[in-house]
Design a protein around this ligand. Structure first.
Ligand code: AN7
Length: 380
């Protein structure tokens, strides 16, 4: 029993503490986030008919159902270290759910600002159930974000949006896990882009895996400086970073903020991304690109992943796979490539948009004959 306890996974702060801005003796505020599955998409590969290896990093398997937990464990652990009493964020939903859960665990009050009537019901439920003070803002996510930035300035509350460097530090660990699992760096890493923190965090992580080839923009790893065990063990390759946006909310494609972003993927209905420069750097330094997809594209891919691979993700998360498929088909991602798609959030957050595409349940009598008739009619 003892040996097992010693090997128990206790979250990403404990695992990567020497690469995170958390003191050695600080107890992590953790729900054992991270360590998410990397799943090969065999059936999507076959459908593409190209010689690529396609993987999905299932971030919806985190404790509150999205990648935000990676950043939140670090941000809330730090907030407690610094003696904060309350945290605040603006959110399209997932950050709010995560902040609410980690604040509950830490005994802090969470204030979450969400655009009124624009948040998927599962996410709103999480924020409410975990006891956050939910403020439904008469405006967009971008309006709420602007308010939160001003609140953070005088230190009344600790901001846990991805403008906090601690969030990105936590989220960078996804890159460490991908390299550990593949035993090498992927050639391409495809990420959905909204506020643009996550693609930047991926790049920080991959850059820290590369001794001697650190990002000029993100800077050297302040915590390992080549000394930590990972620096010698990991690779000096970095992947090409590709960011995908919904066509109605694609400021990186337009080259400027978008006033009224619109997409079925409410998680990434964001017109004025906070990590603008950072995301551009990640894409440019890596030789990557941004691309946009229509709502139809990402809903079709959400359905494909669900019906062919058994993966239920939210619409915003399907965009990385939708984009990778398009870029593999066009040859922009060449044959022979290893491609990882970050699938950012769980489909149960937003069942309505998914169910709308499905056939209705079949009403049937509680009799063997009636059920058998349906089965015989459908089986091939
Ligand atoms: C499922 O919760 O911005 O580009 O306030 O929930 O780092 O913003 C969520 C973003 C992708 C985009 N996929 O990541 C919020 C919020 C899902 C998301 C993104 C979000 P960023």
């Amino acid at each position: 029993m003892k040996a097992r306890a010693a090997n128990r996974y206790t979250g990403l702060v404990d695992k990567y503490r020497d690469r995170l801005p958390i003191g050695q003796d600080t107890a992590a505020v953790t729900l054992c986030e991270g360590d998410t599955p990397l799943v090969r998409l065999d059936r999507v590969e076959r459908e593409l008919g190209r010689d690529v290896k396609l993987y999905a990093k299932l971030e919806g398997q985190n404790p509150t159902g999205s990648f935000k937990d990676r950043g939140m464990t670090v941000a809330v652990t730090r907030a407690v270290e610094e003696g904060a009493r309350a945290v605040v964020c603006a959110s399209t939903g997932n950050t709010a759910a995560s902040a609410a859960a980690y604040a509950a665990r830490a005994g802090l009050t969470a204030f979450v600002l969400v655009p009124a009537d624009k948040v998927a019901p599962g996410k709103l439920a999480q924020a409410m159930v975990h006891g956050a003070v939910v403020l439904a803002v008469a405006g967009s996510f971008d309006d709420a974000m602007a308010v939160v930035k001003t609140l953070g300035e005088d230190g009344t509350v600790t901001v846990v949006n991805s403008i906090s460097p601690f969030r990105l530090q936590g989220q960078k660990t996804v890159a460490f896990e991908v390299i550990e699992e593949l035993g090498r760096t992927p050639d391409y890493h495809c990420v959905p882009v909204g506020n643009a923190g996550n693609i930047a965090a991926h790049w920080i992580g991959y850059s820290e895996c590369c001794p001697g080839r650190r990002s000029r923009v993100t800077g050297a790893c302040a915590f390992c400086q080549g000394r930590c065990p990972y620096a010698t063990r990991l690779t000096d390759e970095r992947p090409v970073m590709v960011g995908y946006q919904a066509a109605g909310a694609a400021p990186f494609l337009r080259g400027h903020p978008v006033k009224q972003p619109e997409t079925v993927a409410s998680a990434i209905r964001i017109g004025d991304p906070q990590s603008w420069d950072f995301a551009w750097s990640a894409v440019k330094e890596s030789g990557g690109w941004f691309e946009e997809l229509t709502d139809e594209d990402l809903l079709a891919t959400q359905r494909l992943l669900a019906t062919r691979e058994g993966i239920f993700c939210e619409p915003a998360s399907a965009i990385s796979v939708a984009g990778a498929m398009r870029d593999v088909r066009s040859g922009r991602i060449p044959e022979g490539s290893i491609v990882v798609c970050t699938v950012t959030g769980h489909g149960l957050k937003d069942p309505e948009s998914a169910v709308r595409q499905c056939p209705e349940p079949i009403a049937v009598e509680a009799s063997e004959d009636a059920v058998r008739a349906v089965i015989l009619d459908r089986i091939r």
